[in-house]
Design a protein around this ligand. Structure first.
Ligand SMILES: C[S@@+](CC[C@H](N)C(=O)[O-])C[C@H]1O[C@@H](n2cnc3c(N)ncnc32)[C@H](O)[C@@H]1O
Length: 224
């Protein structure tokens, strides 16, 4: 009998993290999933519910605007944003994720790219009117999160919007009590996306429909 795909996914992550390679497991997991021996636990086959709600509430008009989707996985969130008219770039560290995204969305207008959030292309800072970050920062060990947060915020152009969706953890839960991945974000980390000219303008917490014990942040920031 073949191994449970969830068990395979966890094993792939653990092997990479134990080798002190905090991002290598994403490609290994996407490649195993493409070969049918693992599943991508976060691949919903549709845009994230909280992103869909934000789009319905805000009705953003992406005409003549650019968007960047961080850690885009197989592309469902990027397609939703491109459908609003944004000239959309979506990136992921995993080449197989990007290949899968391109295959999933034939005829897409999205520019899919392989790139590393921790070493992004030099022309991306302040280049995007909308930046969407869903579950990427929390997929990185806590020690790497400040660097990841810094790069996410740098992408936002003057007058632009940043939308962050992440699992939440209580502020009083010590870092070493979190057995990631993922490493859900504290309120302090959510607040750390804000800076002198990037204001947190909306913050909410809501339970996951799949597991109501899991709370998710939806945070919106605006660059002056
Ligand atoms: C938990 S998944 C979330 C995927 C997608 N945002 C979603 O919500 O379905 C995290 C994603 O971030 C990507 N990722 C992790 N580290 C990254 C990095 N340093 N640069 C770019 N992408 C990264 C992974 O390959 C994976 O697709």
């Amino acid at each position: 009998m073949s191994e449970d795909p969830d068990v395979v996914s966890r094993r792939i992550a653990r092997e990479s993290l134990d080798r002190d390679d905090p991002t290598g497991w994403f490609e290994n997991l996407y490649a195993a999933a493409a070969g049918g021996s693992a599943v991508i636990p976060w691949d919903r086959g549709t845009a994230h519910q909280l992103l869909t709600e934000w789009v319905q509430e805000s009705a953003p008009d992406g005409a003549d605007k650019t968007a960047l989707i961080v850690g885009a996985g197989t592309g469902w969130d990027a397609e939703l944003i491109a459908d609003r008219g944004y000239d959309t770039t979506a990136f992921d560290i995993s080449p197989t994720a990007i290949e899968t995204a391109v295959r999933n969305h034939p005829g897409s207008k999205v520019h899919y790219r392989v790139a590393d959030l921790l070493a992004p292309p030099p022309d991306w800072p302040r280049a995007f009117d909308l930046v969407v970050e869903i579950y990427t920062v929390q997929a990185l060990p806590i020690a790497l999160q400040p660097e990841a947060v810094k790069h996410v915020t740098e992408f936002v152009a003057p007058g632009g919007t940043l939308l962050v969706i992440a699992a939440a953890r209580p502020d009083d839960q010590p870092d070493d009590a979190v057995e990631g991945p993922p490493w859900p974000l504290t309120r302090a980390t959510i607040q750390s996306f804000a800076g002198a000219d990037l204001r947190l303008i909306q913050l909410s917490q809501s339970p996951s429909p799949a597991d109501p014990t899991v709370l998710r942040w939806r945070a919106e920031y605006l660059r002056d």
